[in-house]
Write a protein that binds this ligand. Structure first.
Ligand SMILES: Cc1ncc(COP(=O)(O)O)c(C=O)c1O
Length: 449
C-alpha cells in the first residue's frame, strides 16, 4: 500500500491530527483519492509519517464522522461512496457542493452555509419522499402547503419566540421573494434600508420602483428616521454586515417610530439561529407583531439553491399578500415545499444548524487568530461570516493577496452606499477547512504577515 502524499509540519500552528485530516480531505476533494479507494492502515500511515498511531486514528475518526471516509470492520478504511470530487458532484449538499465562483475565484461568501456531508442521508430521504408523493392537480394554495405552514408556525414559536397561526405564514421562494410580496402591497413611498446593508434588499426595492433611503446601520431608527417611508428594512438579530444585535431600547424605539409614522418594519431574520456565543435573541416581530413583516429563509440551514423561505406579513397586510400571490402564482415550487416539509418533520434543519454552529465557532476562531492582530472586529462573530474593520488600503491589500491565491474576499466598502466603513467581510461557510486555511494564509500575507 503506497503511503499517502501528505506532509506534516511539526512546527506548524495546527495539531498534527488536524493537519493530516485536512490534507486527506483535500486529496479526496481534488479527486486524488477516489470513492472506494482503500487508505493505508493507521499503523502503516503513522509509521510512514513518523507520528504516533493515535494521530492517524484521530484523523481517520474525524473524516469518518464528517462522511469523507467509511470504516469497515475487519477490512479497513475507504473513501466514502459519497465523497466524490467537486467536479463530478453537484446535487447533494456537502463540502464539495459548488462554491460561488467569480472569475474563477472561490468567493468567501457571507451567505453560503456549511452543510456537513453527514446529513446527506436525510436530504436524500426528503427527495425520495417527494418523488413518491402525487403532486397537486392544479395551482395549489398560493400561500403554501398547509402542512408546511403548520410546521413553520411551530418552528417559529419554538426557535424565534414568534407565536403565529399557520394561516399567517406564507411560504416564499426566499428572502427577496418575500420582500417583493410586501413591496407589492405596501403604500407608495421610499424604503429605508440599513447602510451598510444587504445589497439584494436594495436591488429588490429599486427593481420594484422604490427609492431607497439609507438608514445608518448602527443608529437608532426613531420617528425622524422613519418619517415619509413606506417601510424600513432591518436585520435586528445580526446586522448585515456589521454584525451587531439590535439593542432592546433600539427595538422598542423602532416599533414606536413605526406606529407613529405608519412605516412598516421589515425584519430580515436570515441567520439568527447561528449564534455560538449566546442564545439567539427572539425575533423583533415577537415584540411588535402588528408592525413587523417577518422574513425567514432556509438558505442558512439548507443549500440556498433550494430557494425557499417564509414570510409572516403584518396582520393588516395578510389578505392583500394572499390575493396578490393568487394572481401572480409567484410561489415556491411544490417539490421544494414538499421536500422542506420532510426536512422539518425529520429535524434535518435543526441537525444541520447544530453541526454548523460548532463548525462556525471553530472557523470564526481561526479567522480571528489571523485578523485580530491587524484589524478590529466589527462585532462578536456569529453566523457564517465575520467583519473586520481596517483602513481601506489594508483591506485592499488583503483582498488582492486573497485574489492571487484564488479567493474573492468581500470588502466592507462594497456593502456601503453613503456609509464610510472599510474593512473585510470574511465568509467561512461556503469553503472547506483546507480552502479556508489557504485563504487565511493569503490574507495574513496581505496584511503584512
Ligand atoms: C442579509 C441576508 N438576508 C437574507 C439572505 C438569504 O436570502 P435568500 O433567502 O434569498 O436566499 C442572505 C443570504 O446571504 C443575507 O445575507
Amino acid at each position: 500500500m503506497p503511503a499517502l502524499p501528505v506532509r506534516l509540519d511539526r512546527a506548524g500552528r495546527d495539531p498534527l491530527g488536524a493537519q493530516l485530516s485536512a490534507q486527506v480531505r483535500d486529496l479526496v476533494s481534488r479527486g486524488t483519492l477516489r470513492r472506494g479507494d482503500r487508505l493505508p492502515s493507521t499503523r502503516a500511515l503513522a509509521a510512514d509519517l513518523g507520528v504516533a498511531r493515535s494521530v492517524a486514528e484521530q484523523a481517520y475518526d474525524q473524516l469518518v464522522a464528517e462522511g469523507w471516509l467509511t470504516a469497515r470492520r475487519g477490512s479497513g478504511t475507504f473513501v466514502a461512496a459519497d465523497a466524490v470530487p467537486r467536479t463530478t458532484t453537484r446535487a447533494a449538499p456537502g463540502p464539495r457542493r459548488p462554491v460561488a465562483q467569480r472569475g474563477g475565484l472561490v468567493r468567501l461568501s457571507t451567505g453560503e452555509p456549511w452543510i456537513d456531508p453527514r446529513h446527506r442521508a436525510g436530504w436524500r430521504r426528503a427527495w425520495r419522499e417527494v418523488s413518491a408523493t402525487p403532486p397537486p392537480r392544479g395551482y395549489d394554495d398560493p400561500c403554501g402547503l398547509p402542512a408546511l405552514r403548520t410546521a413553520l408556525a411551530e418552528r417559529l414559536g419554538r426557535t424565534r419566540g414568534l407565536v403565529v397561526d399557520p394561516d399567517e405564514v406564507v411560504v416564499t421562494a426566499g428572502t427577496t421573494a418575500g420582500f417583493r410580496d410586501l413591496l407589492g402591497v405596501l403604500p407608495a413611498g421610499p424604503v429605508g434600508i440599513e447602510d451598510p446593508g444587504y445589497r439584494a434588499a436594495v436591488a429588490t426595492a429599486r427593481a420594484a420602483g422604490r427609492a431607497v433611503v439609507d438608514l445608518p446601520a448602527e443608529a437608532r431608527h426613531d420617528e425622524a428616521a422613519l418619517r415619509g417611508l413606506a417601510a424600513a428594512y432591518v436585520t435586528p438579530a445580526h446586522q448585515h454586515p456589521l454584525g451587531r444585535v439590535m439593542p432592546a431600547d433600539d427595538r422598542r424605539a423602532l416599533l414606536a417610530a413605526s406606529r407613529a409614522t405608519g412605516a412598516v418594519v421589515v425584519e430580515d431574520d436570515y441567520d439568527s439561529e447561528l449564534r455560538y456565543d449566546v442564545a439567539p435573541v427572539p425575533a423583533l416581530a415577537a415584540l411588535g407583531r402588528d408592525r413587523v413583516g417577518y422574513l425567514g429563509t432556509a438558505s442558512k440551514s439548507a443549500p440556498p439553491g433550494l430557494r425557499i423561505g417564509w414570510l409572516v406579513p403584518p396582520p393588516g397586510m395578510l389578505d392583500d399578500v394572499a390575493r396578490q400571490r393568487a394572481v401572480l402564482h409567484d410561489v415556491a415550487a411544490w417539490p421544494t415545499q414538499r421536500a422542506l416539509l420532510t426536512l422539518l418533520r425529520d429535524g434535518w434543519l435543526d441537525a444541520v444548524l447544530r453541526t454548523a454552529r460548532r463548525v462556525y465557532a471553530e472557523r470564526s476562531a481561526r479567522v480571528a487568530a489571523v485578523l485580530a492582530p491587524h484589524a478590529t472586529p466589527a462585532a462578536t462573530s456569529a453566523g457564517m461570516y465575520s467583519t473586520w474593520l481596517l483602513p481601506q488600503d489594508a483591506a485592499l491589500s488583503a483582498r488582492d493577496a486573497a485574489r492571487r491565491a484564488g479567493f474573492d474576499l468581500p470588502l466592507l466598502s462594497d456593502l456601503c452606499r453613503t456609509a464610510g466603513d472599510t474593512g473585510v467581510v470574511v465568509g467561512f461557510g461556503g469553503v472547506d477547512d483546507a480552502e479556508l486555511d489557504r485563504a487565511l494564509a493569503a490574507i495574513r500575507s496581505g496584511l503584512g504577515g
